[in-house]
Design a protein around this ligand. Structure first.
Ligand code: GTP
Ligand code: SPV
Ligand code: MN
Length: 610
C-alpha cells in the first residue's frame, strides 16, 4: 500500500522515515502528518477536535484558549493491569510488573494494529523530554491517531522542528507507537464519542531491550501521552540503570530562605499523594519562598563537581483537578487560567469548568463528566471524575523557577519520600545514612480503604520510591541501583534523605496536620538539616525533630498535644511495620540487596531495644 503524506517530510533521518512508513503500512491511516509544534498547528487541531464533537471550547472571556474533553467511562486513568514490561527474560521485569514474552506480545499487538487507523490521520510527533539539546534530555517520536494526544504533547513536551534538528540524519530516538484502537468506516466520524478500545484490548507495552513503546486502545493520560510515564519513567529507568543515572517519579522545587539562601529538593510520593501541591506551595511562614522546577518527574545525573543535578523532562503539568482550589493550590489555579486542556471536569452554563473541591458551590446546572445535566445536592455521583485532570503549560505557572529550563539542571540537596499514612509514620524523620534513606524509599506505602481497592482496610499498599507502576525493570535491581548511586558518590555531596507524612489522622478521622502551605514549616526544618543545623534527636527510626524544632509561629490550629502526636515514635506501630516490610521484601527473593536486609535488621533490633 502506498502511503499518503499530508505535508512534506521535514527530516532526512532515513531510519525515522522508514519506521513511520512501516507503521503506516500496518495501521493504514488516511494520511501521514508531521507535527511542527507551532501555535497554528495547535489551533488547527483544536478546531478539528471541536468539529468532531470531542472537545468543547470554553468561554474565551473566562478561560482563554482552553478546551474541555469528556473521555469514555472505561478510559479515565492509567490501566496498571494492562501495562506490561515485555523484557526477554521474565526475571528482568521482576515481581512487581506484568510480563508477557515480547515475541508473543508483539504478535498479539500486531494483529490488533492491522488497519487500526483506517479513516484517521497518523500524526508523527517528534518531541524532546527535557530542554532541547540538554545532555540529560532525550528525544522520542510518537505516532498517534489522536489529535487530543497531539495537543497534550504540545503542552507536556517540547514538540517540533528544533527536535528534528537535534536528531539530525542519524540520531537515536525512543520509538513510541500509539493508537486509540478505533478505526472509522468510510464516511464515519467520532461524532462526540471518545474513541478507545474495550479494556481487554488495551495494551500499554514496553520493550526494554529495544527501548520501544507500543500502546493500543486508550486515549487517556499516561496510557497515551507516551513521553510521560512510558518514556520518562519506564524506559528511562532502564536507561538510567544501564548508564548510571536516575529517572524518578519526583517533583522538584526550589526553596529560598529569608536570607536568600537556595536549596533544591526532590520528592517522590505515589500518584495523587501531593507532588503537584508541594511543588507549587505558598509558604505560610514569612520570608520563605517555594518555586517550581517540576511536579511529577525528575531525571538526575552527577555533574563534574560531584553534585547530583536534576532536570524536569516535561514542559507542562497533567494535574489532578478535584481538590485544587485557590486555598489549596492557587498556583495550579493560575496555571490553568488559560491555554489549558481539561479532561473529565464539569462544564458550567457560562462555558467555564467546575470540580469538587474547587472552593465554591457549583453555579447552577452543570454538565457532568459523563455529559449529563448535574445539580449540586440533587444529582447523584460527582460532577467531575476523581482523576479529572488539567493539562497546563509550565510557563503559565506564576511560581515557575527561572532555572526550570536550565539544560544543566539544578543541584539537589534533599530527597523526600512520603505517602498517605494515617498512623505510625511521623510528620517527618531523616535517614542516618544513604543506605538508610534507600531503605526508606523502598518501604514507601499508602494506606488504602477497603472501598478503594480489594485490600484489607488499614493495610498498606507498598509503592517503593512511588515507582511501583513505573519501574521498567526488576525492582530488586532498582533498589541495588540506588545503593550503587550513593556508594559511588562523594558522600559529603549526596542529598540528605527524609520521610514526610502530611496525612496523619486523629482517632475520629480528621487531619492532624493542616498540610499544603503549612508543609513549608517542615521544609524549613529540612533546609536547616541540610546545613547541619535544625534541632533533632536520634531515634530507632532515624533523626526526628525535637518538640520545638518545627516552626509553628502563627499556626494556632496545631496544639502542643497535636505536635507531640505528630512527632511521636509509635514503637508498637513500627514493630507491626517490620512484619509488613518483611512480607513486602520477601517478593524480591535473591534480588533484594543485602544492604536493605541489614537496614531492616538494624531497625528491628533498635526497636526491640527501645
Ligand atoms: P499525580 O499527578 O497523580 O502523580 O499526583 P500528585 O502526587 O501530583 O498529587 P496532587 O498534588 O495532585 O494531590 C493529590 C490529592 O492530594 C489532591 O486531592 C490534594 O488536595 C491532596 N493533597 C495534596 N497535598 C496535601 C496535603 O498536604 N494535605 C492533605 N490533606 N491533602 C493533600
Ligand atoms: C500519575 O498517575 O502518577 C500521573 C497521571 O501523573 S498519568 O500521567 O496518567 O500517569
Ligand atoms: Mn504522577
Amino acid at each position: 500500500m502506498s502511503v499518503k503524506y499530508i505535508n512534506a517530510i521535514p527530516t532526512k533521518n532515513a531510519k525515522l522515515v522508514q519506521w513511520v512508513e512501516e507503521w503506516a503500512a500496518i495501521c493504514q491511516p488516511e494520511g501521514i502528518y508531521w507535527c511542527d509544534g507551532s501555535k497554528a498547528e495547535y489551533d488547527k487541531m483544536s478546531d478539528v477536535l471541536v468539529a468532531s464533537g470531542l472537545a468543547t471550547r470554553l468561554n474565551d472571556k473566562k478561560r482563554p484558549n482552553s478546551l474541555l474533553f469528556r473521555s469514555d467511562a472505561s478510559d479515565v486513568a492509567r490501566v496498571e493491569n494492562r501495562t506490561y514490561i515485555a523484557s526477554e527474560k521474565q526475571e528482568d521485569a521482576g515481581p512487581t510488573n506484568n510480563w508477557i514474552d515480547p515475541k508473543e506480545l508483539k504478535k498479539t499487538m500486531l494483529d490488533l494494529y492491522q488497519g487500526c487507523m483506517k479513516g484517521r490521520t497518523m500524526y508523527v510527533i517528534p518531541f524532546s523530554m527535557g530542554p532541547v539539546g540538554s545532555n540529560i534530555a532525550k528525544i522520542g517520536v510518537e505516532l498517534t491517531d489522536s489529535a487530543y494526544v497531539v495537543i497534550n504533547m504540545h503542552t507536556m513536551t517540547r514538540v517540533g522542528s528544533k527536535v528534528l534538528e537535534v536528531l539530525g540524519d542519524n540520531g537515536e530516538y525512543v520509538a513510541c507507537m500509539h493508537t486509540v484502537g478505533k478505526p472509522l468506516a468510510a464516511g464515519e466520524s467520532d461524532n462526540g464519542v471518545w474513541p478507545c478500545a474495550p479494556i481487554e484490548k488495551k495494551y500499554i507495552a514496553h520493550f526494554p531491550e529495544t527501548k520501544e513503546i507500543w500502546s493500543f486502545g486508550s486515549g487517556y493520560g499516561g496510557n497515551a501521552l507516551l513521553g510521560k510515564k512510558c518514556l520518562a519513567l519506564r524506559i528511562a529507568s532502564v536507561q538510567a540503570h544501564e548508564e548510571g543515572w536516575l529517572a524518578e517519579h519526583m517533583l522538584i522545587l526550589k526553596l529560598t530562605s529569608p536570607e536568600g539562601k537556595v536549596k533544591f529538593v526532590a520528592g517522590a510520593f505515589p500518584s495523587a499523594c501531593g507532588k503537584t501541591n508541594l511543588a507549587m506551595l505558598i509558604p505560610t511562614i514569612p520570608g520563605w519562598k517555594v518555586e517550581t522546577i517540576g511536579d511529577d518527574i525528575a531525571w538526575m545525573k552527577y555533574g563534574k563537581d560531584g553534585q547530583l543535578y536534576a532536570i524536569n523532562p516535561e514542559a507542562g503539568f497533567f494535574g489532578v483537578a478535584p481538590g485544587t482550589s485557590m486555598s489549596s493550590n492557587p498556583n495550579a489555579m493560575h496555571s490553568s487560567e488559560k491555554d489549558t486542556i481539561f479532561t473529565n471536569v464539569a462544564l458550567t452554563e457560562d462555558g467555564d469548568v467546575w470540580w469538587e473541591g474547587i472552593g465554591y458551590k457549583a453555579p447552577g446546572k452543570l454538565i457532568d463528566w459523563k455529559g449529563n445535566v448535574w445539580e449540586e445536592g440533587k444529582s447523584e455521583g460527582a460532577a467531575a471524575h476523581a482523576n479529572a485532570r488539567f493539562t497546563a503549560k509550565a510557563g503559565n505557572c506564576p511560581c515557575i523557577a527561572p532555572e526550570w529550563q536550565d539544560p544543566a539542571g539544578v543541584p539537589i540537596s534533599a530527597f523526600l519520600f512520603g505517602g498517605r499514612r494515617p498512623s505510625t509514620v511521623p510528620l517527618v524523620h531523616q535517614s542516618t545514612s544513604w543506605n538508610h534513606g534507600v531503605f526508606m524509599g523502598s518501604i514507601v506505602g499508602s494506606e488504602v480503604t477497603a472501598a478503594a481497592l480489594d485490600l484489607k482496610a488499614g493495610t498498606v499498599r507498598r509503592d517503593p520510591f512511588a515507582m511501583l507502576p513505573f519501574c521498567g525493570y526488576n525492582m530488586g535491581d532498582y533498589f541495588q541501583h540506588w545503593i550503587n548511586v550513593g556508594s559511588k558518590a562523594d558522600q559529603s555531596k549526596l542529598p540528605k534523605i527524609f520521610f514526610v507524612n502530611w496525612f496523619r489522622k486523629t482517632a475520629d478521622g480528621k487531619w492532624l496536620w493542616p498540610g499544603f502551605g503549612d508543609n513549608s514549616r517542615v521544609l524549613k526544618w529540612i533546609f536547616e538539616r541540610c546545613d547541619g543545623a535544625g534541632k533533632a534527636i536520634e531515634t530507632p527510626i532515624g533523626f526526628m525533630p525535637t518538640a520545638d524544632a518545627i516552626d509553628r509561629s502563627g499556626l494556632e490550629s496545631v496544639t502542643d498535644a497535636d505536635m507531640k502526636e505528630l512527632l511521636s515514635l509509635d514503637i508498637e506501630g513500627w514493630k507491626n511495620e517490620i512484619a509488613s516490610i518483611k512480607e513486602h521484601y520477601a517478593k524480591f527473593g535473591t534480588k533484594l540487596p543485602k544492604a536493605l536486609t541489614e537496614e531492616l535488621n538494624g531497625l528491628e533490633s533498635r526497636l526491640n531495644k527501645a
